[in-house]
Write a protein that binds this ligand. Sequence first.
Ligand SMILES: [Zn+2]
Length: 475
Amino acid sequence: MSMRYLPLLLVAACTTAPPPPSEHHESQVFDAAIHRDAVDRIVTAALASQGAWTALEGLVAAAPKRLAGSPGYDRAVEWAQEEMRRAGLVNVRLEPCMAPHWERGSVESLTVMGGDALAVCALGGSVGTAPEGIEAEVVEVRGRAELAALGERAKGRFVFFNEPMDPTLRDPFEAYGRAVWQRGFAANEAAKLGGVGAIVRSMSLRKDDFPHTGSMRYADGFEKVPAVAISTRAADALSARLAAGEPCVLRLELSCRSLPDAPSANVVGELMGRERPDEILVVGGHLDAWETGDGAHDDGAGCVQAIEAARLLLATGLRPRRTIRVVLYANEENGMAGAHAYAKTHAGELGRHVLALESDRGGFAPRGFDTDAQPEGMAVLGAMLALLEPIGAARLEVGGGGVDISTLAPAGVPLVGLVPEAARYFDVHHAASDTLAAVHPRELQMGAAAMAALLYMVAENEATFPRNEPKPAPR
Ligand SMILES: [Zn+2]
């Protein structure tokens, strides 16, 4: 534990017993203000550019569909290497892994017999149906209690999971976290009760016609039944029909399928530290995306922000003491193969990984960061983020940082995640509405600026950032 990192903020807050003003003590207090000019230069450079947006345009043009294992992902890998080199990164390389390979196929339809088609998409990993489809009645459950009480009524039917994200919660991510069990486990729960398939209300706070996909998994020992999401409006319409007691037989046709695992890769590039190049800060996002949309927010935004953060430091001549390593991860959406491969490939140097930063909550206006850093590190981050007050990105929350960097937690690497404005993220998350048009160039760029500033301060600071206690490995 470094005494240098006694945070200025805590000292300032201590009004009853101020520390004695000795020179020795002053030298031990971490003073983020020494970085004020550098942060200002980074923000100025960011505002004068639309680097992140231009890069995102390039990614979406080159590889709009880039789920793990697909040819689109390979195109994204090509794009990423070129973009890193263009940004001035060095040691640009691929780090291979094997990723799951699931294909949506061309047939996706859910219709009410004698009525309308519902806006539907298969959940990632779902089995398809036989070509003739599945026809069955449907039974609705709103939440776990209704599911537990369903009993025989599920037999031979579709089970319709219609618990909405809770709009009363302050944090949309918490609302997502509480509702998303339906997407992940609906197929298993339906199969356990003898159901023929699972229909899940989309994880969105918006009422529209976009179905939202996402990963699901099958448990051993149960039949694999198909699982789909329907749009929030379709879910409301189906629910109303059931409530009115109208006859409701549904017909589902899906041609999705799983293929053998496919070769994939993380894309890595570096900005070498000027004094301590073997001490590393990781910054990244995930290069794969669901192919319902273009993955512009999720997580094209995070990828281009990671590259842009490094580019801004090069453009401003602010090459920090330590190395900044940009990692664009493979297969976050349906397997975490890239995240596990990174931790394994770099196991020998994780002790010299100072911090890992991820952007994977969309390219909206930055509000701050979340972190799993322990109190000493938390205080240092708080002092640093005070310098981002002028751009509205000074908030510091307790959190996990991000899925891709979570595999570094067992080595005690402190994790940090960019926290953007969250109100509209789930409107587009994993849906066809996640396009370039949904991303605002200035908001995206300011996220990159906030990341660059934080990376610079941690990478430049003379004392090394406090490490965490090791944590259990993520699944
Ligand atoms: Zn994501």
